[in-house]
Design a protein around this ligand. Structure first.
Ligand SMILES: *[C@@H]1O[C@H](CO)[C@@H](O)[C@H](O)[C@H]1NC(C)=O
Ligand SMILES: *[C@@H]1O[C@H](CO)[C@@H](O)[C@H](O)[C@H]1NC(C)=O
Ligand SMILES: *[C@@H]1O[C@H](CO)[C@@H](O)[C@H](O)[C@H]1NC(C)=O
Length: 404
């Protein structure tokens, strides 16, 4: 089986096939965003790539309707078995070459009730393609099980993601849980100067204001101003060091409700921004922010028509011969922080990059809710996507405020 999969990888890793795949990945990311949005009020963060990864793992062991539903939702082409692996493979190989430039921690695992026998082929496939672990636990021993899984995630994410499970997640019928945790840390290509950061008002979705540390910079970077059916917004792209990743910020005009903007977002629109943005001088005000979220994907995936894997009688015979296996939960937790250096606090001081001032640089002042996308540049995959409606105010209270 491995041989066949590897040859499929080679078939699909050509650039001809990868372009439309990036589009379909974007569509899936937008579908997820819309589905998650409808159930969340405030800040959102999730990983489209992580979700693809975890669903790819299930698909590898699924047959029949369970298999079809995943492929449809992930927008894989009908006959193109293997393209899902190719997208992930190119992502992993792209990031592994540049590992020293950033920290990308991925804890990806499938936890199965002790007593089930996992097929050898499935174990091999998972390790090869998804860099993920298959582990056996006893879900009946709720507390120990929660501790085991949480400790594993913590150790895989540099201690950034702690206490992911409490035990409430497990019940007497729990057989299979999919766990996906991601932590990213990188430096900006052009850092913000710490001395430039000042406290400013941020107007939340409900109109209330909070004082938050606002980072400032005048940079030459990709920028665009767009208007769609009277909703006006700006899009800004800030690359990380080495141009492997970039953060794209989508900021509606002040009078635009973020929800009106969200409703308009489609994959086509996102790809249009990417193709139309130009290098320009921009005077940027961007909050420091930190978003962390644990999401139970069951409902989200249900609303995207992935239902079969959660029901008794689904065909996961690629994983085990037992017919009693189905997915109890899919849980994803992500930690992402943006500050002057990049995506997580360290002690260094940024350098001012000299720019030649034009008379009237564009102003990008993110003092009200915005959306963001964290993109892997070479593959076009979205590592994170989300929105900030209230930058974490905890920063303001402690140590960080003292440095202002
Ligand atoms: C997929 O396979 C079916 C039947 O083998 C064929 O009719 C169809 O054209 C194929 N689609 C693509 C996109 O290759
Ligand atoms: C910031 O918000 C507070 C409270 O709403 C308001 O009193 C103050 O005038 C605002 N400051 C600025 C500079 O807009
Ligand atoms: C889910 O299925 C319904 C009914 O078949 C369809 O209208 C909807 O577009 C599907 N949603 C997705 C995200 O595929």
């Amino acid at each position: 089986m491995l041989k066949i999969l590897w040859s499929l990888l080679l078939t699909f890793s050509g650039s001809q096939a990868s372009r439309p795949l990036a589009e379909r990945n974007t569509e899936f990311a937008v579908d997820l965003y819309q589905a998650i949005c409808s159930s969340q009020k405030d800040n959102i963060i999730f990983s489209p790539l992580g979700t693809t990864l975890i669903l790819g793992m299930v698909q590898l062991g699924a047959k029949g309707k369970a298999y079809q539903q995943i492929r449809q939702t992930l927008k894989f082409q009908e006959n193109a078995t293997g393209e899902e692996f190719s997208a992930l493979k190119s992502f992993f190989s792209a990031i592994s070459k540049k590992k020293q430039e950033f920290t990308f921690n991925l804890a990806n695992a499938l936890y199965l009730q002790e007593g089930f026998t996992v097929k050898e082929q499935y174990l091999h496939g998972n390790e090869k393609f998804f860099q993920s672990a298959i582990k056996l636990v006893n879900f009946q021993n709720v507390k120990a099980c929660a501790e085991t899984i949480s400790a594993w995630v913590e150790s895989k994410t540099d201690g950034k993601i702690k206490g992911m499970f409490s035990g409430e997640e497990f019940g007497p019928l729990t057989r299979l849980i999919l766990v996906n945790a991601i932590y990213f840390k990188g430096d900006w290509k052009q850092k913000f100067r710490k001395e430039g950061t000042e406290l400013m008002n941020f107007t939340k979705k409900d109109g209330a204001t909070v004082k938050i540390p606002m980072m400032k910079a005048l940079l030459r970077t990709k920028y665009g101003y767009f208007s769609e059916s009277s909703v006006e917004y700006q899009v800004l792209e800030l690359p990380y060091k080495d141009d492997e990743f970039s953060l794209i910020i989508i900021l509606p005009a002040e009078e635009v409700n973020i929800e009106d903007m969200e409703k308009q977002i489609t994959a086509d629109l996102i790809l249009k921004w990417f193709s139309e943005m130009q290098e320009e001088e921009v005077e940027i005000s961007l909050p420091r922010f930190k978003v962390e979220q644990k999401l139970d994907f069951k409902e989200t995936l249900y609303s995207l028509n992935i239902t079969e894997i959660f029901s008794g009688g689904c065909d996961l015979s690629g994983i085990t011969d037992s017919s009693e296996l189905y997915v109890s939960q899919i849980v994803q937790q992500v930690f992402f922080e943006v500050n002057e250096d990049g995506s997580e606090a360290t002690a260094s001081t940024g350098v001012q990059i000299p720019v030649i001032m034009s008379l009237a640089p564009n102003q990008f002042i993110a003092n009200h809710p915005f959306l963001f996308i964290m993109k892997n540049i070479p593959t076009g995959s979205f590592l994170f996507m989300g929105r900030v409606t209230n930058p974490d105010t905890q920063n303001v209270k402690g140590r960080d405020l003292d440095s202002l």
